[in-house]
Design a binder for this molecule. Structure first.
Ligand code: AN7
Length: 381
Protein backbone atom coordinates (compact mmCIF):
# COMPACT_ATOMS: atom_id res chain seq x y z
CA UNK A 1 0.00 0.00 0.00
CA UNK A 2 1.34 3.42 -0.90
CA UNK A 3 0.96 6.56 1.17
CA UNK A 4 1.93 8.80 -1.72
CA UNK A 5 -1.52 10.36 -2.03
CA UNK A 6 -2.23 10.58 1.67
CA UNK A 7 -3.91 13.84 2.63
CA UNK A 8 -1.73 15.54 5.24
CA UNK A 9 -3.63 18.66 6.19
CA UNK A 10 -4.15 22.17 4.97
CA UNK A 11 -0.62 23.54 5.48
CA UNK A 12 0.81 20.97 3.08
CA UNK A 13 -2.12 21.65 0.75
CA UNK A 14 -1.94 25.48 0.81
CA UNK A 15 1.52 26.36 2.09
CA UNK A 16 2.11 28.75 -0.83
CA UNK A 17 -0.83 30.85 0.34
CA UNK A 18 0.00 30.76 4.06
CA UNK A 19 2.41 33.06 5.89
CA UNK A 20 4.60 30.44 7.57
CA UNK A 21 8.40 30.70 7.61
CA UNK A 22 10.19 28.63 4.97
CA UNK A 23 10.60 25.04 6.14
CA UNK A 24 8.48 25.47 9.28
CA UNK A 25 7.20 22.14 10.58
CA UNK A 26 3.49 21.68 9.95
CA UNK A 27 1.80 20.70 13.19
CA UNK A 28 -1.13 18.88 11.63
CA UNK A 29 -3.82 16.36 12.41
CA UNK A 30 -5.09 16.19 8.82
CA UNK A 31 -7.53 19.09 9.22
CA UNK A 32 -9.43 20.60 6.29
CA UNK A 33 -10.83 18.86 3.20
CA UNK A 34 -14.22 18.67 4.91
CA UNK A 35 -17.28 17.57 2.93
CA UNK A 36 -19.48 20.06 1.14
CA UNK A 37 -22.85 18.34 1.42
CA UNK A 38 -25.76 19.33 -0.79
CA UNK A 39 -29.01 19.63 1.16
CA UNK A 40 -31.83 17.77 -0.55
CA UNK A 41 -34.61 16.81 1.85
CA UNK A 42 -34.63 19.94 3.97
CA UNK A 43 -35.22 22.46 1.14
CA UNK A 44 -37.79 20.10 -0.41
CA UNK A 45 -39.61 19.78 2.92
CA UNK A 46 -39.74 23.56 3.26
CA UNK A 47 -40.56 24.17 -0.41
CA UNK A 48 -37.40 26.23 -0.92
CA UNK A 49 -35.92 26.61 -4.37
CA UNK A 50 -32.20 26.85 -3.72
CA UNK A 51 -28.92 25.09 -4.45
CA UNK A 52 -27.82 24.77 -0.84
CA UNK A 53 -24.63 23.20 0.51
CA UNK A 54 -23.33 22.84 4.04
CA UNK A 55 -19.59 22.80 4.68
CA UNK A 56 -19.40 20.34 7.55
CA UNK A 57 -16.54 21.63 9.68
CA UNK A 58 -17.61 19.30 12.46
CA UNK A 59 -15.60 16.66 10.58
CA UNK A 60 -12.28 18.30 11.38
CA UNK A 61 -9.95 16.34 13.72
CA UNK A 62 -11.26 17.88 16.96
CA UNK A 63 -14.76 18.41 15.60
CA UNK A 64 -14.75 22.10 14.72
CA UNK A 65 -13.41 24.71 12.27
CA UNK A 66 -10.94 25.87 14.90
CA UNK A 67 -8.49 23.21 13.69
CA UNK A 68 -7.93 25.14 10.46
CA UNK A 69 -6.66 28.12 12.42
CA UNK A 70 -4.93 26.10 15.10
CA UNK A 71 -2.67 24.15 12.74
CA UNK A 72 -1.23 27.43 11.44
CA UNK A 73 -1.11 29.27 14.79
CA UNK A 74 0.59 26.38 16.59
CA UNK A 75 3.01 25.74 13.71
CA UNK A 76 3.99 29.41 13.81
CA UNK A 77 4.36 29.40 17.61
CA UNK A 78 6.59 26.34 17.36
CA UNK A 79 8.67 27.97 14.62
CA UNK A 80 9.14 30.96 16.94
CA UNK A 81 10.43 28.65 19.65
CA UNK A 82 7.44 29.02 21.95
CA UNK A 83 6.89 26.31 24.55
CA UNK A 84 3.32 27.04 25.61
CA UNK A 85 0.04 28.30 24.20
CA UNK A 86 -2.85 29.98 25.97
CA UNK A 87 -6.44 30.80 25.05
CA UNK A 88 -9.80 31.79 26.43
CA UNK A 89 -12.60 29.70 25.03
CA UNK A 90 -16.26 28.89 24.91
CA UNK A 91 -15.06 25.33 24.30
CA UNK A 92 -13.97 24.53 20.77
CA UNK A 93 -10.83 26.67 20.77
CA UNK A 94 -9.73 25.00 23.99
CA UNK A 95 -10.27 21.52 22.54
CA UNK A 96 -8.35 22.39 19.39
CA UNK A 97 -5.53 24.21 21.19
CA UNK A 98 -5.13 21.29 23.57
CA UNK A 99 -4.91 18.76 20.74
CA UNK A 100 -2.49 20.73 18.54
CA UNK A 101 -0.30 21.62 21.53
CA UNK A 102 -0.14 17.93 22.39
CA UNK A 103 0.86 17.17 18.81
CA UNK A 104 3.55 19.87 18.92
CA UNK A 105 4.88 18.79 22.31
CA UNK A 106 3.88 22.14 23.84
CA UNK A 107 1.96 23.00 27.00
CA UNK A 108 -1.56 24.41 26.73
CA UNK A 109 -3.39 26.63 29.21
CA UNK A 110 -7.08 27.25 28.58
CA UNK A 111 -9.49 29.56 30.39
CA UNK A 112 -13.13 28.54 30.15
CA UNK A 113 -16.32 29.82 31.75
CA UNK A 114 -17.03 27.44 34.62
CA UNK A 115 -20.09 25.27 34.00
CA UNK A 116 -20.88 26.92 30.68
CA UNK A 117 -19.08 24.83 28.08
CA UNK A 118 -20.39 21.75 26.34
CA UNK A 119 -19.38 18.43 27.88
CA UNK A 120 -17.56 17.03 24.84
CA UNK A 121 -15.33 20.08 24.58
CA UNK A 122 -14.36 19.92 28.24
CA UNK A 123 -13.56 16.22 27.87
CA UNK A 124 -11.32 16.97 24.90
CA UNK A 125 -9.35 19.72 26.62
CA UNK A 126 -8.74 17.53 29.66
CA UNK A 127 -7.90 14.39 27.65
CA UNK A 128 -5.31 16.23 25.57
CA UNK A 129 -3.57 17.30 28.73
CA UNK A 130 -4.28 21.01 28.78
CA UNK A 131 -4.25 22.87 32.09
CA UNK A 132 -7.91 23.80 32.29
CA UNK A 133 -8.66 26.92 34.31
CA UNK A 134 -12.38 27.25 34.89
CA UNK A 135 -13.07 30.90 35.61
CA UNK A 136 -16.07 32.34 37.37
CA UNK A 137 -16.74 34.60 34.44
CA UNK A 138 -17.57 34.54 30.75
CA UNK A 139 -15.50 34.28 27.58
CA UNK A 140 -14.98 38.03 27.24
CA UNK A 141 -13.53 38.26 30.73
CA UNK A 142 -11.38 35.22 29.99
CA UNK A 143 -9.92 36.81 26.89
CA UNK A 144 -9.05 40.00 28.77
CA UNK A 145 -7.20 37.86 31.33
CA UNK A 146 -5.38 35.95 28.58
CA UNK A 147 -4.18 39.19 27.00
CA UNK A 148 -2.84 40.42 30.33
CA UNK A 149 -1.23 37.07 31.11
CA UNK A 150 0.62 36.93 27.79
CA UNK A 151 2.18 40.32 28.56
CA UNK A 152 3.88 38.82 31.59
CA UNK A 153 4.54 35.20 30.71
CA UNK A 154 6.07 33.46 27.67
CA UNK A 155 2.80 32.26 26.17
CA UNK A 156 1.56 32.33 22.57
CA UNK A 157 -2.07 33.43 22.44
CA UNK A 158 -3.97 31.16 20.07
CA UNK A 159 -7.31 32.96 20.11
CA UNK A 160 -8.32 34.49 16.78
CA UNK A 161 -6.68 37.80 17.74
CA UNK A 162 -3.60 35.83 16.59
CA UNK A 163 -3.56 36.62 12.84
CA UNK A 164 -2.29 33.13 11.98
CA UNK A 165 -5.63 31.75 13.12
CA UNK A 166 -7.52 33.70 10.45
CA UNK A 167 -4.90 32.79 7.85
CA UNK A 168 -5.58 29.11 8.49
CA UNK A 169 -9.33 29.55 8.60
CA UNK A 170 -9.41 31.37 5.25
CA UNK A 171 -8.73 28.01 3.58
CA UNK A 172 -12.39 27.07 3.98
CA UNK A 173 -13.18 29.51 1.18
CA UNK A 174 -10.43 28.03 -1.01
CA UNK A 175 -12.00 24.59 -0.66
CA UNK A 176 -15.50 25.84 -1.41
CA UNK A 177 -14.39 27.71 -4.54
CA UNK A 178 -12.47 24.63 -5.72
CA UNK A 179 -15.45 22.36 -5.13
CA UNK A 180 -18.03 24.59 -6.82
CA UNK A 181 -15.76 26.03 -9.50
CA UNK A 182 -16.87 29.50 -8.36
CA UNK A 183 -17.83 31.35 -5.19
CA UNK A 184 -21.44 30.93 -4.02
CA UNK A 185 -23.97 33.76 -4.26
CA UNK A 186 -24.56 33.76 -0.51
CA UNK A 187 -22.63 32.40 2.46
CA UNK A 188 -24.16 32.13 5.93
CA UNK A 189 -22.42 31.33 9.21
CA UNK A 190 -22.74 31.83 12.97
CA UNK A 191 -20.87 34.77 14.50
CA UNK A 192 -19.37 34.87 17.99
CA UNK A 193 -15.96 36.45 18.36
CA UNK A 194 -16.21 37.20 14.60
CA UNK A 195 -12.88 35.73 13.57
CA UNK A 196 -14.41 33.15 11.28
CA UNK A 197 -16.52 35.50 9.17
CA UNK A 198 -13.42 37.67 8.79
CA UNK A 199 -11.36 34.65 7.73
CA UNK A 200 -14.01 33.53 5.21
CA UNK A 201 -13.86 36.99 3.67
CA UNK A 202 -10.06 36.94 3.40
CA UNK A 203 -10.26 33.54 1.69
CA UNK A 204 -13.00 34.51 -0.74
CA UNK A 205 -11.24 37.77 -1.53
CA UNK A 206 -7.92 36.08 -2.25
CA UNK A 207 -9.73 33.52 -4.40
CA UNK A 208 -11.13 36.40 -6.44
CA UNK A 209 -7.71 38.01 -6.75
CA UNK A 210 -8.56 40.78 -4.29
CA UNK A 211 -6.31 41.26 -1.30
CA UNK A 212 -5.41 43.76 1.32
CA UNK A 213 -1.69 44.32 1.65
CA UNK A 214 -2.29 44.53 5.37
CA UNK A 215 -4.41 41.37 5.46
CA UNK A 216 -1.50 39.58 7.05
CA UNK A 217 0.82 41.62 9.20
CA UNK A 218 3.50 38.97 9.39
CA UNK A 219 4.31 37.66 5.96
CA UNK A 220 4.99 40.85 3.99
CA UNK A 221 2.63 39.71 1.30
CA UNK A 222 4.09 36.25 0.71
CA UNK A 223 0.72 34.73 1.39
CA UNK A 224 -0.95 36.60 -1.43
CA UNK A 225 -2.50 34.30 -3.95
CA UNK A 226 -0.22 33.83 -6.92
CA UNK A 227 -1.54 33.52 -10.44
CA UNK A 228 -4.98 33.94 -11.91
CA UNK A 229 -8.09 34.41 -9.74
CA UNK A 230 -10.08 31.22 -9.17
CA UNK A 231 -13.45 32.94 -9.19
CA UNK A 232 -14.88 36.15 -10.63
CA UNK A 233 -17.10 36.94 -7.66
CA UNK A 234 -17.36 36.95 -3.89
CA UNK A 235 -20.46 35.86 -1.98
CA UNK A 236 -22.81 38.04 0.02
CA UNK A 237 -21.78 37.33 3.62
CA UNK A 238 -24.52 36.84 6.21
CA UNK A 239 -23.68 36.44 9.90
CA UNK A 240 -26.16 35.12 12.47
CA UNK A 241 -26.00 35.63 16.20
CA UNK A 242 -28.08 34.31 19.07
CA UNK A 243 -30.66 36.87 20.21
CA UNK A 244 -29.19 37.05 23.72
CA UNK A 245 -25.63 37.46 22.46
CA UNK A 246 -25.98 39.79 19.50
CA UNK A 247 -23.54 42.71 19.78
CA UNK A 248 -23.53 43.18 15.98
CA UNK A 249 -27.28 43.82 16.10
CA UNK A 250 -26.96 46.11 19.12
CA UNK A 251 -24.06 47.96 17.53
CA UNK A 252 -22.10 47.65 20.76
CA UNK A 253 -20.71 45.01 23.12
CA UNK A 254 -23.19 43.07 25.26
CA UNK A 255 -22.15 42.83 28.91
CA UNK A 256 -23.92 39.59 29.82
CA UNK A 257 -24.43 37.43 26.74
CA UNK A 258 -26.81 34.48 27.14
CA UNK A 259 -27.75 31.66 24.77
CA UNK A 260 -28.22 27.91 24.71
CA UNK A 261 -25.58 27.92 21.95
CA UNK A 262 -22.71 28.28 24.43
CA UNK A 263 -20.10 28.36 21.63
CA UNK A 264 -21.33 31.80 20.60
CA UNK A 265 -22.06 33.15 24.07
CA UNK A 266 -19.75 36.10 23.38
CA UNK A 267 -20.55 39.77 24.01
CA UNK A 268 -17.42 41.64 22.94
CA UNK A 269 -16.24 40.34 19.53
CA UNK A 270 -12.58 41.05 18.86
CA UNK A 271 -12.73 41.05 15.04
CA UNK A 272 -15.39 43.79 15.10
CA UNK A 273 -14.10 45.96 12.24
CA UNK A 274 -13.08 43.06 10.00
CA UNK A 275 -16.49 41.43 10.39
CA UNK A 276 -18.28 44.67 9.54
CA UNK A 277 -16.01 45.07 6.52
CA UNK A 278 -16.93 41.57 5.30
CA UNK A 279 -20.63 42.29 5.64
CA UNK A 280 -20.53 45.79 4.19
CA UNK A 281 -18.16 45.11 1.28
CA UNK A 282 -20.21 42.06 0.28
CA UNK A 283 -23.61 43.76 0.60
CA UNK A 284 -24.53 41.33 3.39
CA UNK A 285 -26.06 41.66 6.85
CA UNK A 286 -26.12 40.45 10.44
CA UNK A 287 -29.24 39.08 12.03
CA UNK A 288 -30.25 37.43 15.30
CA UNK A 289 -32.16 34.25 16.10
CA UNK A 290 -34.04 32.99 19.14
CA UNK A 291 -32.62 29.93 20.86
CA UNK A 292 -35.79 27.99 19.90
CA UNK A 293 -35.24 28.67 16.18
CA UNK A 294 -31.61 27.59 16.47
CA UNK A 295 -32.49 24.31 18.18
CA UNK A 296 -35.36 23.62 15.76
CA UNK A 297 -32.95 23.98 12.83
CA UNK A 298 -30.44 21.70 14.55
CA UNK A 299 -33.10 18.99 14.88
CA UNK A 300 -34.45 19.49 11.36
CA UNK A 301 -31.02 19.15 9.80
CA UNK A 302 -30.26 16.05 11.85
CA UNK A 303 -33.63 14.42 11.07
CA UNK A 304 -33.95 15.26 7.40
CA UNK A 305 -30.35 15.14 6.19
CA UNK A 306 -28.43 12.98 8.67
CA UNK A 307 -26.14 15.88 9.51
CA UNK A 308 -25.61 16.51 13.23
CA UNK A 309 -24.12 19.90 14.04
CA UNK A 310 -23.86 21.71 17.34
CA UNK A 311 -26.38 24.42 18.28
CA UNK A 312 -24.17 27.40 17.36
CA UNK A 313 -23.66 25.94 13.89
CA UNK A 314 -27.39 25.49 13.42
CA UNK A 315 -27.77 29.28 13.53
CA UNK A 316 -26.30 29.30 10.00
CA UNK A 317 -29.15 27.06 8.84
CA UNK A 318 -31.93 28.64 10.92
CA UNK A 319 -31.07 32.08 9.63
CA UNK A 320 -30.80 30.97 6.02
CA UNK A 321 -34.17 29.18 6.25
CA UNK A 322 -35.79 32.38 7.44
CA UNK A 323 -34.04 34.57 4.88
CA UNK A 324 -34.93 32.18 2.05
CA UNK A 325 -38.55 32.08 3.19
CA UNK A 326 -38.85 35.85 3.18
CA UNK A 327 -36.89 36.24 -0.07
CA UNK A 328 -34.01 38.17 1.39
CA UNK A 329 -31.91 35.36 -0.06
CA UNK A 330 -33.60 35.09 -3.48
CA UNK A 331 -34.98 31.85 -4.92
CA UNK A 332 -32.51 30.08 -7.19
CA UNK A 333 -29.47 31.22 -5.22
CA UNK A 334 -26.31 29.17 -4.80
CA UNK A 335 -25.90 29.12 -1.03
CA UNK A 336 -23.26 27.72 1.31
CA UNK A 337 -23.65 27.53 5.09
CA UNK A 338 -20.77 26.72 7.41
CA UNK A 339 -21.55 24.09 10.03
CA UNK A 340 -18.83 25.12 12.44
CA UNK A 341 -18.92 22.22 14.92
CA UNK A 342 -20.11 18.65 15.44
CA UNK A 343 -23.31 17.85 17.32
CA UNK A 344 -21.51 15.31 19.49
CA UNK A 345 -19.74 18.19 21.19
CA UNK A 346 -22.89 18.93 23.14
CA UNK A 347 -24.76 15.70 23.97
CA UNK A 348 -26.65 17.36 26.84
CA UNK A 349 -28.48 19.77 24.57
CA UNK A 350 -29.27 17.02 22.08
CA UNK A 351 -30.79 14.73 24.68
CA UNK A 352 -32.64 17.52 26.46
CA UNK A 353 -34.44 18.33 23.20
CA UNK A 354 -35.45 14.77 22.42
CA UNK A 355 -36.44 13.37 25.79
CA UNK A 356 -39.89 12.19 24.68
CA UNK A 357 -38.38 10.08 21.93
CA UNK A 358 -36.69 7.60 24.23
CA UNK A 359 -38.92 4.59 24.82
CA UNK A 360 -38.54 2.20 27.71
CA UNK A 361 -39.65 -1.31 26.73
CA UNK A 362 -39.47 -4.70 28.47
CA UNK A 363 -37.01 -7.15 26.86
CA UNK A 364 -39.86 -9.25 25.40
CA UNK A 365 -40.78 -9.80 21.76
CA UNK A 366 -44.44 -8.85 22.20
CA UNK A 367 -43.61 -5.52 23.77
CA UNK A 368 -40.85 -4.71 21.27
CA UNK A 369 -43.06 -5.75 18.32
CA UNK A 370 -45.83 -3.53 19.59
CA UNK A 371 -43.53 -0.53 19.89
CA UNK A 372 -42.07 -1.07 16.40
CA UNK A 373 -45.54 -1.53 14.87
CA UNK A 374 -46.69 1.75 16.35
CA UNK A 375 -43.59 3.43 15.00
CA UNK A 376 -44.04 1.96 11.54
CA UNK A 377 -47.62 3.20 11.39
CA UNK A 378 -46.47 6.66 12.33
CA UNK A 379 -43.58 6.92 9.85
CA UNK A 380 -45.21 5.16 6.90
CA UNK A 381 -48.66 6.72 7.28
C1 AN7 B 1 -19.17 25.90 16.90
O1 AN7 B 1 -14.17 28.15 21.10
O2 AN7 B 1 -15.02 31.39 20.35
O3 AN7 B 1 -17.22 34.14 15.26
O4 AN7 B 1 -13.67 29.96 22.16
O5 AN7 B 1 -17.24 27.14 18.54
O6 AN7 B 1 -15.06 33.02 14.82
O7 AN7 B 1 -15.86 33.29 17.16
C2 AN7 B 1 -15.98 29.43 19.44
C3 AN7 B 1 -16.69 30.01 18.43
C4 AN7 B 1 -19.23 29.40 15.82
C5 AN7 B 1 -18.08 31.47 16.41
N1 AN7 B 1 -19.49 28.10 15.93
O8 AN7 B 1 -16.95 31.71 15.62
C6 AN7 B 1 -14.26 29.37 21.24
C7 AN7 B 1 -15.09 30.16 20.32
C8 AN7 B 1 -18.83 27.34 16.84
C9 AN7 B 1 -17.88 27.93 17.67
C10 AN7 B 1 -18.30 30.03 16.61
C11 AN7 B 1 -17.61 29.30 17.57
P1 AN7 B 1 -16.22 33.12 15.70
Amino acid sequence: MSAANRYTGLIDRYRDRLPLPEGARAVSLGEGATPLIRLENLPRRLGLEVEWYVKFEGLNPTGSFKDRGMTVAVSQALAEGRRAVVCASTGNTSASAAAYAARAGMAAFVLIPEGRIALGKLAQAVMHGARVLQIQGNFDQGLRLVRALAEELPLAIVNSINPYRLQGQKTIAFEIVEALGRAPDYHTLPVGNAGNISAHWIGYSESAGIWETGACTHCAGRCLLQGAPLTDRRPVMVGYQARGAAPFLQGAPVAEPETVATAIRIGDPQSWNQAWAAVNESGGWFDALDDEAILAAQRLLAETEGVFCEPASAAAVAGAMRDLERGRIPAGSLLVSTLTGHGLKDPDIALRQTEGRLLSVPAELAAVREAVRAGLEETCA
